[in-house]
Design a protein around this ligand. Sequence first.
Ligand code: ATP
Length: 233
Amino acid sequence: ETAAPLVEVTGLTKRYGDTLAVDGVDLTVLPGEVYGFLGPNGAGKTTTLRILTGLIAPTSGSVRVLGGSPGQADVLGRTGSMIESPAFYPYLSGLDNLRLLAEYAEVPRERIDEVLDLVDLADRAKDRFSTYSLGMKQRLGVAAALLKDPELVILDEPTNGLDPAGMRDMRRLIRELGSEGRTVLLSSHLLGEVQQICDRVGIINSGRMVAEHNVEDLRGEQELVVRAAPRET
Ligand code: ATP
């Protein structure tokens, strides 16, 4: 018996004028898996993730998240996401930024220390956000996404723009989330990255889901994947 999917998308379409940003996407994320949504720039990843987090409405298709509709209060409360580059107050510390969010979300204070540890920012928590590297800023974004101890974590290109050390730290963090049993849906345009950190991969190109693979099976499909997404250099 398989557990109910946390994300179940069928025939998802999003149109912007003449542009079909998302064109009939089917996507299923199972409990406990780290799912990689792989595709080149403009493929439709961000649009899909924005729909899943209730930021925008689909044009058509069926979208179930945690058994409900995206944007429902109950669903939002059980989902943590980082879709745009996270907006924090630059002159406040990482800790104070999280305190503000925690207060707003009615999250107990102890949780702040837990998430700061998890994202490896405990020793920089009292420094101003503006002094953080991009990798640290992104990790604080993940910390914010984790505050409510969500069942589902959705991260849009969490390593985008990071230097090698920042990428390594972010990937390690995502693997940690996976190994503690959390369900993660992340997007990436790097094949090597999803091979490193994901259990299953869906490949999207020009708004269409081209293929879906268990990561172990990806090796044999190198050709297909490489055509759909540029390899990491
Ligand atoms: P990236 O990695 O660059 O974010 P992506 O895979 O996330 O790429 P989307 O951002 O979802 O791709 O974009 C898919 C297509 O939809 C692109 O052609 C984009 O130009 C278009 N698009 C996205 N948002 C809008 C919008 N608000 N209005 C018009 N077109 C849009």
